[in-house]
Design a protein around this ligand. Structure first.
Ligand SMILES: Cc1cc2nc3c(=O)[nH]c(=O)nc-3n(C[C@H](O)[C@H](O)[C@H](O)COP(=O)(O)OP(=O)(O)OC[C@H]3O[C@@H](n4cnc5c(N)ncnc54)[C@H](O)[C@@H]3O)c2cc1C
Length: 427
């Protein structure tokens, strides 16, 4: 994309320009329109910040498939019995009532980029001046031969939160001593790099808290290493000795496929049978982004690192798991951070408000066992090529229990803070 400044872009695109002092009594049809597709960590944050900071000068519509949002983040803690399902489920009511956002519950089916309209599944059209696309991921079902949407009812992925999370919890709670859980871990890039291994920890926590010392968890990983590996492997040996077996490709030789009718996973080395099989397939940007031509051949959407603007369409911003965010991992923290940069640039386009240099941040906490929390994180800044890491930190092996407890408590504060930053303070 030819690089444009915000101002030249606004002029070239013919966008109406407004100042922040714009009176809020302007009729809705006179205000520039922002539509956001996807009410998750990225989209709902963007909608809230655009509405809040433009003080009524921008008309914001949020299109979300579901009436409520269950967070993938902390869904592992639900599996481990540390959180209720209700505590990880959030409503859009505050966004509508306190921030004047029009929340549309429904599926966006297509983006008519020429007409600048979102086409809904029912055929209705929602016009926009700027569009924010944050649809998360879609699963590439056939990346694991034998796996499918139907197979996921038997071998849940639980990589999109909601009914799949409950299904995995039911199956986990039904495991008995002497039985085996098999996880097929995902290849890079995927949402939440430490997520599969935190999940293994929560599986092990449930089994060991029931005294099931003969139960086993086998992880078949297409990757030869994984996020926070030393921390997780140290924790598994400390809290759940002998329970978790992790095999990379140099051991299993390649994952050949799954058979839901027998609960088995075939690899080059052996066939593993699971009383519970959790398959997390490869991932790509949500379907709507693919359909609209916003993704490249990686399956994800290239963006301008300074603004989160799509390199495929200057009127569109792509956030969160769907975008190619350089060194940033696909996480809710990242999506929330990117949303604020995008929101600032959207307002810059439409209201001429000041746009500051982009800065991004991420931290991913993981719980290994009760009060044993670890974290990894970084700060990021845009370069010509990508969003690049500037400084980073990670928990260390051998840390004392007081520090691990404090790290876990920090994650509780983060969850409370980020969910009110995304959805507005509830209740
Ligand atoms: C097990 C697990 C644990 C995790 N733990 C953490 C953690 O501890 N910390 C962390 O920061 N991140 C964590 N994550 C990652 C985090 O959940 C995601 O990175 C984050 O949700 C991405 O935000 P997003 O806005 O890109 O997508 P999402 O949050 O998935 O939101 C996308 C939304 O778009 C909607 N949508 C999609 N397509 C359409 C359409 N066509 N029309 C209308 N609506 C549509 C979907 O319904 C969805 O609500 C975890 C993920 C998993 C799976």
């Amino acid at each position: 994309m030819t690089k444009m400044t915000r101002r030249t872009f606004g002029l070239l695109s013919g966008a109406a320009t407004f100042s922040l002092a714009l009176p809020t009594y302007l009729r809705a049809q006179d205000r520039p329109k922002v539509v956001v597709i996807g009410g998750g960590a990225g989209g709902a944050t963007a909608a809230r910040y655009i509405a809040k900071d433009s003080e009524g000068a921008v008309d914001v519509t949020l299109i979300e498939a579901n009436p409520q949002y269950t967070t993938c983040f902390f869904s592992n803690l639900y599996l481990g019995g540390f959180r209720s399902f209700q505590s990880i489920t959030h409503s859009y009511d505050v966004l509508a009532s306190n921030f004047g956002i029009s929340v549309v519950t429904g599926m966006a089916d297509a983006i008519d980029r020429e007409a600048r309209e979102v086409v809904m599944a029912d055929g209705s059209r929602v016009p926009y001046d700027r569009l924010v696309v944050s649809p998360g991921i879609d699963l590439i079902w056939d990346s694991v031969p034998g796996y499918s949407e139907e197979a996921a009812e038997i071998m849940p992925h639980s990589w999109k939160a909601g009914p799949q999370t409950r299904l995995l919890k039911e199956k986990l709670d039904a495991i008995e001593n002497g039985q085996q859980i098999v996880m097929v871990a995902p290849p890079n890039p995927y949402r939440c790099p430490p997520g599969p291994y935190e999940r293994v920890s929560m599986f092990a926590h449930i089994l060991s808290s029931k005294g099931y010392t003969d139960a086993k968890i086998v992880v078949l990983d297409p990757k030869s290493k994984f996020s926070k590996q030393a921390l997780f492997q140290e924790g598994w040996e400390k809290h759940y000795p002998g329970m978790v077996e992790w095999y990379g490709p140099d051991v299993h030789g390649g994952i050949k496929g799954v058979d839901p009718s027998t609960g088995s996973v075939e690899t080059d080395f052996d066939t593993f049978k699971g009383d519970l099989v959790n398959v997390i397939p490869a991932q790509k940007a949500g379907e709507i982004a693919q359909k609209a031509g916003l993704a490249n051949d990686t399956g994800f959407c290239p963006i301008d690192p300074e603004s989160m603007r799509s390199t495929m369409d200057e009127n569109i911003f792509v956030l969160g798991d769907a975008c190619i965010a350089g060194d940033m991992p696909k996480s809710a923290f990242s999506a929330n951070s990117q949303a604020k940069v995008a929101a600032m640039n959207v307002r810059g386009d439409l209201t001429e408000s000041k746009v500051f240099p982009a800065r991004y941040a991420n931290t991913c906490w993981s719980l290994i066992a009760t009060d044993d929390g670890v974290k990894v994180g970084a700060q990021y800044a845009p370069t010509e090529e990508k969003i690049a890491s500037t400084t980073s930190f990670i928990s260390q092996t051998g840390e004392d229990s007081a520090l691990r407890k404090a790290t876990y408590e920090e994650s509780l504060g983060w969850y409370a803070g980020i969910t009110s930053d995304i959805f507005g303070r509830q209740g």
